[in-house]
Design a protein. Sequence first.
Length: 92
Amino acid sequence: MAAGSTVAALWHMNEPAGSTVMVDSSGNGNNGSLHNVTAGAAGHSGTAYKFGGPKVKSYGEVPDSPSLNPGAARDQYRAQAQHPVAVHFGRL
């Protein structure tokens, strides 16, 4: 993170099994709600979220908050995800 940067929200996505709240670790209280998401699933390092796949609408929802509004400042978003990928080989 660049000098002078401010973290508006930080979700580690490591809540325990059964959790329906996505906890903001930034101290700004930007907690969210989990919808059709399994918290506490086995992750690459610790626990993770498991989303419902292509037939289930799974998402995390965070209410609007002044701390999430960058105003005129430049903003940057970063997400890291790992998902299985199906690879199909065939004739070209």
